[in-house]
Design a protein around this ligand. Structure first.
Ligand SMILES: Nc1ncnc2c1ncn2[C@@H]1O[C@H](COP(=O)(O)OP(=O)(O)OP(=O)(O)O)[C@@H](O)[C@H]1O
Ligand SMILES: O=P(O)(O)OC[C@@]1(O)O[C@H](CO)[C@@H](O)[C@@H]1O
Length: 305
């Protein structure tokens, strides 16, 4: 199951150049249902992995997302909440991405309890749960921690979030975390510059009880620290069309492959193939199974125990 507590309509605008304070011509524009968990669900659907997307939707934007998920045949079971689901504007000007992300409608303690009840109704022993994305402003940063600690069944928990929510989540010892470099820097309140510093930080998270730490690093690929030691995945040099959803594709790829095979290194390769394949798609569109399969051989691995 994927959980997106703060989904978004992603409005991606392509322009030749972006001059702040001027009128800029739009080349093309696209509108997608977004939010990290929803993107993960889209990838899982493309990979033929059964999943249900849940979380909260509100207002007209929420209805639009629900319709879009229905049209794309993505199984979903969202809770309705008050306010309006956010719209996030992504501007791609001469290959440089600028994002304007909304904060989303506030969630109350009652909302959190409704979600916990739904998760406990739907999740079975051995299932995977992916909690992905930021929490709306003014929502308890301990929400993911609270959800994980309230799970009744034996579920593999993966989390991709940032800021205070990430810091609090670690206390609940999720099985899998995928911070990017910026999120890791924020978490450790420092600029981790060398690979050694990044790897040391990942080991600190392992010491706190996170089984698998996968740090995504954009064009530099990713580093995984787990029971298999330290493993680097290096992607091919490509020209991305849009990197939106690359991290979500990485999460979807890792969790689906790991739950099928329990093979950490194979899952890392597959995760990176998903991430790279998504960077070659416009807007918030995500990789297809065939695109991922074609990418697998191009991911180099460098592992040491
Ligand atoms: N420019 C790129 N070239 C090659 N591979 C890339 C590039 N950008 C992303 N990737 C692949 O996608 C993975 C995830 O990307 P990234 O680290 O940018 O995730 P993220 O910051 O979580 O993204 P988002 O939040 O937009 O989903 C990388 O580990 C890498 O495998
Ligand atoms: O504010 P968050 O939840 O961190 O990020 C939201 C978001 O940028 O993430 C997805 C790409 O990963 C987009 O679909 C969405 O707009």
């Amino acid at each position: 199951m994927t959980v997106t507590v703060n989904p978004a309509i992603d409005l991606t605008v392509y322009t030749d150049s972006l001059q702040i304070g001027e009128i800029n011509a739009v080349e093309s524009m696209r509108k997608d249902s977004g939010g990290k968990g929803i993107n993960v669900s889209k990838v899982l659907k493309n990979l033929d992995v059964l999943t249900v997307a849940t979380g909260f939707l509100a207002g007209e934007a929420g209805c639009w997302i629900r319709d879009e998920l229905k049209n794309k045949s993505i199984s979903h079971d969202f809770l309705e909440t008050s306010g309006e689901t956010r719209t996030n504007v992504k501007i791609i000007a001469s290959d440089v991405e600028t994002q304007l992300n909304g904060s989303g409608p506030e969630l109350t303690e009652t909302d959190i309890n409704r979600l916990i009840e739904k998760l406990n109704d739907l999740l079975q022993d051995g299932d995977g749960l992916i909690l992905a994305g930021s929490l709306p402003k003014q929502t308890d940063p301990g929400m993911y921690r609270q959800i994980i600690q309230s799970l009744k069944n034996q579920v593999f928990v993966a989390v991709d979030t940032s800021g205070a929510a990430l810091a609090e989540t670690i206390e609940a010892r999720p099985h899998f975390l995928k911070p990017n470099e910026e999120e890791l820097n924020q978490l450790f309140d420092t600029a981790l510059e060398t690979e050694t510093e990044i790897i040391d930080a990942a080991y600190k998270l392992r010491e706190k009880g996170v089984e698998i730490v996968l740090i995504s690093r954009g064009e530099k690929g990713s580093i995984m620290v787990s029971a298999a030691g330290t493993c680097k995945a290096i992607p091919p040099v490509i020209t991305p069309v849009s990197t939106i959803g690359a991290g979500d594709s990485t999460v979807a790829g890792f969790v689906s492959k790991y739950l099928q095979t329990k093979d950490l290194i194979r899952s890392l390769r597959f995760a990176n193939a998903c991430g790279v394949a998504t960077t070659l798609k416009p807007g918030s569109q995500v990789c297809s199974r065939i695109e991922v399969e074609n990418m697998l051989d191009q991911i180099q691995l460098d592992c040491e125990r």
